[in-house]
Design a protein around this ligand. Structure first.
Ligand SMILES: Cc1cc2nc3c(=O)[nH]c(=O)nc-3n(C[C@H](O)[C@H](O)[C@H](O)COP(=O)(O)OP(=O)(O)OC[C@H]3O[C@@H](n4cnc5c(N)ncnc54)[C@H](O)[C@@H]3O)c2cc1C
Length: 537
């Protein structure tokens, strides 16, 4: 069963190793165990639904609660404190495109707002209802999860979009294929959600982001069905698929999508490589990518994240020995850890690895083999469970990310880390802030920051600290020329920064596009962009 107020399956725990807990307590001080609201008490507070349950639409309070929030830190604070704010008035679980169509027609007739909902793993407020007069219907698409067609000649698979990562890969694996899209939320996030948020998987360097994998599909809108044929390429004017990618439920409800699949790799390897400093690791990362080596992923943790990652392995004795040995070889406290992924045919992997190691060595890197990389691979979808553990120990955690060209990358990363430290210092709160370079491109990369702080004495205090930190970091990203999101999308939390990125005219285009497909503005209103231009817009 899925946790209603945290991450993941209730049967899965990720306890913190003793060494990691000691490290955390030393850095952040002792956390206070929370007194969380119970599900019954929260359900009991929900106002009566403003719509009548009809066939296929549930107004059950538990269903409404389960669809009220995503996975951002404000979502967690709301659910754990019981101050949940608006919830949908009803939830429908369509099982076909025809049913989605009928529900949209019904919603239009009744003056409802409609929120398309995939796995509910949004971390920026995509699926939260906004307080208003119109009743809200959430369309949970997870019962649309079939593989409809696999064209092995063209390597194209057509799915219903409510399918989540594990089921999608399982169905493809029966035929020897993979999509290769592995966001950290893979356990629950869905194909439709990935497309609607322009998601990026951990091995995007080999397989591409979702926009590279999305070949076509079908979108139900209040004004009709928009078909997006799957041409391999087209010069027939602007590509409408690009408009649907990242549309965050504002333009319509995706019901089917065709994706580009590949034969599952013969072999995969993830190597753990240490560098003496961040600068050495960063220079090596850029060189590896610009040499066009067929890697599948590259992640470089900064000094703090390296230490935290090592502490999390939990092997205290081995770790102590490892640290000593590394230090003796000149990889002291400034060391940084790179995980380098190789996927493909066994012979290709051997060649790529040999060339990659020449580059790594030229920057003083030390390849420790597959042990650390294997640990990363095994725990990559389990790490989000740590948020539950940390919360229960009294700590709040959030992450943020951006992408920039190589020349602007590191100054922006440092400024954003500083802005977070300053924000917490201004609040006289300790914080643990660290970063890694994750998705890599020929012209730049994304950085991903994790920050933890002790929860406040009240939900309001925890939320105020988040607002201050998130605001400072978002301003820093904006000022340094980064995109407000490389992979999490816009939702509500990044909306104030979109105009700077798209420009006034760009936002006007987006608004008129939404108005042409959804003239009544019933689809996920308020997300991605404000419904009315602000004064400055
Ligand atoms: C622990 C954790 C780790 C994460 N790691 C990553 C990561 O590595 N990479 C990454 O890209 N993201 C990551 N995310 C963010 C999140 O998982 C992605 O944004 C994901 O794409 C959302 O998919 P979903 O199915 O859960 O969509 P939801 O959260 O349900 O919805 C997100 C948005 O998509 C719209 N939408 C969903 N389905 C449809 C549809 N069928 N038609 C139209 N609109 C639709 C919704 O209206 C909403 O606006 C992470 C989140 C968490 C909690």
């Amino acid at each position: 069963m899925r946790r209603w107020n945290g991450w993941g399956d209730t049967g899965v725990e990720y306890p913190l190793p003793a060494g990691a807990l000691a490290f955390l307590t030393k850095t952040l001080g002792e956390g206070k165990a929370p007194v969380d609201a119970t599900m019954d008490s929260v359900v009991g507070q929900l106002p009566p639904p403003r719509l009548k349950a009809i066939n296929g639409v549930s107004t059950d309070p538990v269903e409404r609660l389960l669809h009220a929030h995503g996975q951002s830190l404000p979502d967690w604070i709301a659910l754990r404190s019981g101050q949940i704010g608006p919830a949908p008035d009803g939830v429908a679980y369509p099982t076909s495109t025809e049913q989605v169509h009928q529900l949209l027609v019904w919603a239009m007739h009744k003056g409802l707002q409609v929120i398309p909902y995939g796995g509910g793993t949004s971390v920026v407020g995509h699926i939260n209802p906004i307080a208003g007069d119109a009743p809200v219907l959430t369309l949970d698409l997870t019962r649309m999860s079939r593989l409809l067609d696999l064209d092995q000649t063209s390597r194209l698979a057509r799915f219903e979009v409510g399918i989540a990562g594990p089921a999608l890969e399982l169905q493809l694996s029966h035929h020897g294929y993979t999509l290769g899209h592995f966001p950290q939320s893979w356990e629950y996030s869905t194909l439709g959600g990935w497309i609607a948020t322009r998601s990026s998987g951990q091995q995007s360097y080999r397989y591409g982001r979702i926009e590279d994998l999305f070949a076509g599909g079908s979108l139900e809108t209040p004004t009709g069905t928009l078909m997006l044929p799957n041409f391999p390429a087209s010069a027939a004017g602007p590509d409408l698929r690009q408009l649907v990618l990242g549309s965050e439920g504002r333009l319509g409800v995706l019901t089917e999508a065709t994706v580009r699949v590949r034969p599952a790799p013969e072999r995969e390897q993830f190597l753990g490589i240490f560098f003496r400093s961040w600068d050495d690791g960063l220079a090596a990362a850029r060189t590896l990518i610009q040499e066009d080596l067929p890697l599948s992923m590259l992640r470089l943790s900064d000094e703090r994240e390296t230490e935290t990652t090592l502490a999390l392995t939990g092997h205290e004795r081995l770790l102590g020995l490892g640290r000593k040995a590394l230090k003796a070889l000149g990889y002291g406290e400034q060391r940084t850890l790179m995980i380098l992924g190789l996927s493909g045919k066994a012979a290709e992997i051997g060649q790529t690895r040999a060339r990659a190691m020449e580059v790594v060595r030229s920057f003083g890197g030390l390849n420790t083999g597959i042990r650390i990389g294997e640990q990363w691979r095994r725990s990559r979808f389990k790490t989000p469970y740590l948020r539950n553990t940390l919360w229960e120990l009294g700590y709040a955690l959030d992450t943020l990310e951006t992408a920039l060209s190589w020349s602007a990358f590191d100054a922006a990363r440092r400024q954003t880390l500083d802005s977070l430290q300053r924000a917490f210092a201004g609040l006289s709160r300790p914080a643990l802030v660290f970063s890694h370079l994750s998705h890599v491109y020929q012209d730049g990369a994304s950085f991903y920051i994790t920050y933890l702080y002790p929860r406040g004495d009240s939900p309001e205090a925890t939320l105020a600290a988040w607002r201050s930190a998130k605001g400072a970091a978002s301003e820093s990203i904006r000022a340094s020329g980064g995109t407000i999101s490389h992979q999490h999308g816009v939702g509500l939390d990044h909306r104030p920064y979109l105009q700077d990125e798209k420009g006034r005219l760009g936002l006007k285009m987006l608004r008129s596009l939404a108005a042409s497909l959804d003239p009544a503005g019933m689809l996920n209103p308020g997300k991605l962009f404000e419904d009315q231009p602000s004064d400055s817009g």
